[in-house]
Design a protein around this ligand. Structure first.
Ligand code: COA
Length: 177
């Protein structure tokens, strides 16, 4: 399920991505965000296996973002059912999650990669809506969601956690007449 744009190739996450995910996930810039604890390799490995399995279960999942020219890994875009416990969000709603390696921030990579995934999920995978969650202090994320055309829907909290999240959504575009 490879997705290609002018600059990027998105490939379903695979075991060969583990070193990249361990390094990116433990970067100080990533750990500076709320609720982000350092993650040992064993935990990232377990998470990666879950991402790989999700492709079999749902027909969508987690892509690793590569630069088309250099083949360097630059980030991740993930589609994941929300699951239970979120105020005002059904467990079956699909969340788009984005992370770009800090080395490559502010070059339009998240917007370009998530745009490819949105088109794919509304066409091939037949989804009707995506949601995204972020916190009000995460200005880069808020701007990225705005550039993707996502609309603010309200706020939510998970039962297990006191953090308040801003909830955004993107609906499948209506078919052209
Ligand atoms: C959010 C994130 C994925 C964005 O990745 P990216 O590839 O840098 O995104 P883009 O370059 O496509 O867009 C970033 C936008 O935010 C803007 N931005 C960055 N920092 C900002 C700040 N402090 N205040 C306001 N805008 C800011 C950039 O200028 C850019 O907007 P522009 O194109 O209008 O100039 C990246 O910052 C990241 O991985 N953050 C940590 C994980 C995270 O928060 N994920 C989001 C969960 S939804």
């Amino acid at each position: 399920m490879e997705l290609v744009s002018e600059r990027l190739v998105l490939r379903p996450a695979s075991e060969s991505d583990l070193d990249f995910y361990v390094e990116m996930r433990n970067r100080p810039e990533i750990l500076a965000h709320p609720d982000q604890e350092p993650k040992p390799r064993s935990l990232v490995d377990r998470q990666l296996r879950g991402w790989i399995d999700r492709w079999q279960q749902h027909g969508f999942g987690t892509w690793t973002v590569f630069d088309r020219e250099s083949d360097e890994r630059q980030g991740r875009v993930e589609l994941d059912p929300m699951g239970a416990g979120w105020a005002g969000i059904s467990p079956g709603e699909i969340e788009v999650g984005l992370i770009v390696h800090p080395t490559y921030w502010n070059r339009g990579i998240a917007t370009e990669a998530a745009g490819l995934v949105a088109v794919d999920c509304f066409t091939r995978a037949g989804l009707i809506r995506l949601v995204a969650l972020t916190t009000s202090d995460n200005k880069a994320s808020l701007r990225t969601l705005e550039k993707l055309g996502m609309r603010r829907r309200g706020e939510s909290q998970h039962v297990s956690n006191a953090t308040t999240y801003e909830v955004f959504e993107l609906a499948r575009p209506a078919p052209r007449p």
